[in-house]
Design a protein around this ligand. Structure first.
Ligand code: AMP
Ligand code: ZN
Length: 462
């Protein structure tokens, strides 16, 4: 019995699809804005999305899952202010907005492949759905939930008493007029947000529409595309926690304006990845990509493994030590899997059943990956090496997608260093810490600092 936490109700609920007859689950995931390289924080959210898909499939459901690509510029702030992100990136890189979109789409798709994030059934580009968005806006206006100003069409938030509080407990009035939002005297309420914006002459991406040359506000694409592919009401909507207070509240407002209903039954949000206990930011030079990890000898899948160390609803802290430890652990897990593959012992049937049950309980308990990994390790560490444990691990890997069957990645250290590491491992096993410290110094002379982690020794270049 699958239970999922729903931000809308603040409860872990038993999951049942709307389309029970076909056992079909319809999901929408907010995709990337393709104006820059996606970072490992973004990837945490999409690895979770992929886990959700694979858990649902493991449980026997069929999927219709739509993810969008935002290739129309959002404005740089949430509040319809500032410069268009796509246009800014294009200007800075002397490229067209379409070249920018193509380049960063290809880049994130390459990362998804390396992370074993499988394709969704539908991948919808915003620029391919401008007509659908226009229609959606027209419906909201026709239903009396939006009005026109000299700048464009705005959603009238005063029409929804619960606006801004569907997913959060925000007191909508706390957002004081102009606190973050430039007061626009034409707007009826400061929190009203743009649905359809009249394009100034210099604006690059614009389309002919019922209001002249316009471009869409940044929330409307998800409402229009989710309805087109999944219907007015679908099962699950995913995104990162930053989407809760504005983007998803606005999606809900738009759907109520157009169709009268909240679009998704279950809303799932992934907590943020932090770096060294704080925010990732360009000014701190700590916005890392999968390519940055690879440059340090870390496999993309080691990052996937790393994200399993915390439940998706808790913050996860990235450090170089922890990602290196994750690579070491993943190597070990693959090595253990290989030993079972070549094993000739007969597995204990009761254990196979127990591990299977523990695994299924953990995935079905709101996708509790730390618990899942505990079971995976218990299976891998079984003393009796048996093909049946290997088969079980490979079954688990249909969700984990860590390529457990892959040959262990060889550390690319010299024979001399590998020999010292082995000797030091023995010394530590024998509790000969004097020897272990001597070897630590020897490694230092060779340019490496050694750290002892739960998963073994890791080396950092000095
Ligand atoms: P964006 O392209 O900014 O819309 O981001 C794409 C996805 O990544 C969204 O679902 C965000 O919520 C999510 N995201 C952004 N930063 C982080 C982070 N540090 N940790 C986890 N998810 C994030
Ligand atoms: Zn969205």
């Amino acid at each position: 019995m699958l239970k999922l936490y729903n931000t809308l109700t603040k409860e872990k609920e038993v999951f049942e699809p709307i389309d029970k007859e076909n056992n079909l689950v319809r999901i929408y995931s907010c995709g990337l804005t393709v104006y820059n390289y996606a970072h490992i924080g973004n990837m945490r959210t999409y690895i979770f999305m992929d886990l959700l898909r694979k858990v649902l499939k493991y449980d026997g459901y069929k999927l219709k899952h739509c993810m969008n690509i935002t290739d129309v510029g959002h404005l740089t702030s949430d509040a319809d202010e500032g410069e268009d992100k796509m246009a800014k990136s294009a200007r800075e890189q002397h490229k067209s907005v379409y070249e920018i979109a193509k380049m960063y789409t290809e880049a994130y798709q390459a990362d998804f492949k390396k992370l074993n994030i499988e394709d969704t059934e539908v991948l919808a580009k915003a620029t391919d759905h401008i007509k659908e968005m226009e229609e959606y806006v027209k419906e909201i206006i026709a239903n009396g939930y939006a009005y026109e100003t000299s700048k464009g069409a705005y959603f009238d938030t005063s029409k929804l008493p619960k606006y801004g509080r569907y997913l959060t407990n925000n007191n909508a009035d706390e957002l004081k007029d102009g606190a973050r939002i430039e007061v626009d005297p034409e707007k009826k309420n400061p929190k009203d947000f743009a649905l359809w914006i009249k394009a100034p002459a210099e604006h690059i991406m614009k389309w002919d529409s019922f209001m002249g040359l316009c471009y869409p506000g940044w929330h409307i694409e998800c409402s229009a595309m989710s309805r087109k592919y999944l219907g007015e009401q679908f099962d699950i909507h995913t995104g990162g926690v930053d989407h809760i207070p504005i983007h998803h509240e606005n999606e809900i407002a738009q759907s109520i304006g157009a169709t009268g209903c909240i679009p998704a039954k279950t809303w799932m949000h992934v907590e943020f990845l932090q770096i060294n206990g704080g925010k990732m930011s360009k000014s701190l030079h700590n916005v890392y990509t999968i390519t940055d990890l690879e440059k340090e000898g870390i496999e993309a899948l080691a990052y996937r493994y790393f994200t399993f160390s915390a439940h998706y609803r808790t913050k996860l802290n990235f450090t170089w030590d922890s990602i290196k430890a994750a690579q070491v652990a993943l190597n070990r897990l693959r090595e253990a899997t290989k030993q079972h593959k070549n094993g000739t012992a007969v597995a204990d049937k009761a254990k196979i059943e127990e591990y299977t049950k523990r695994f299924e309980d953990a995935i079905n308990d709101d996708i509790n990956m730390p618990l899942v990994m505990a079971v995976v390790w218990d299976t891998a560490r079984e003393k009796d090496k048996s093909k049946e444990y290997y088969d079980l691990l490979m079954k688990f890997d249909t969700i984990l997608s860590l390529d457990l069957d892959k040959e262990e990645k060889q550390e690319s250290y010299s024979d001399e260093i590998n020999a010292i590491l082995e000797e030091r491992k023995q010394a530590r096993a024998n509790k000969d810490f004097t020897k272990s410290d001597e070897l630590r110094d020897k490694l230092k002379e060779l340019g490496y600092e050694v750290k002892d982690t739960r998963d073994g020794q890791i080396l950092n270049k000095i």
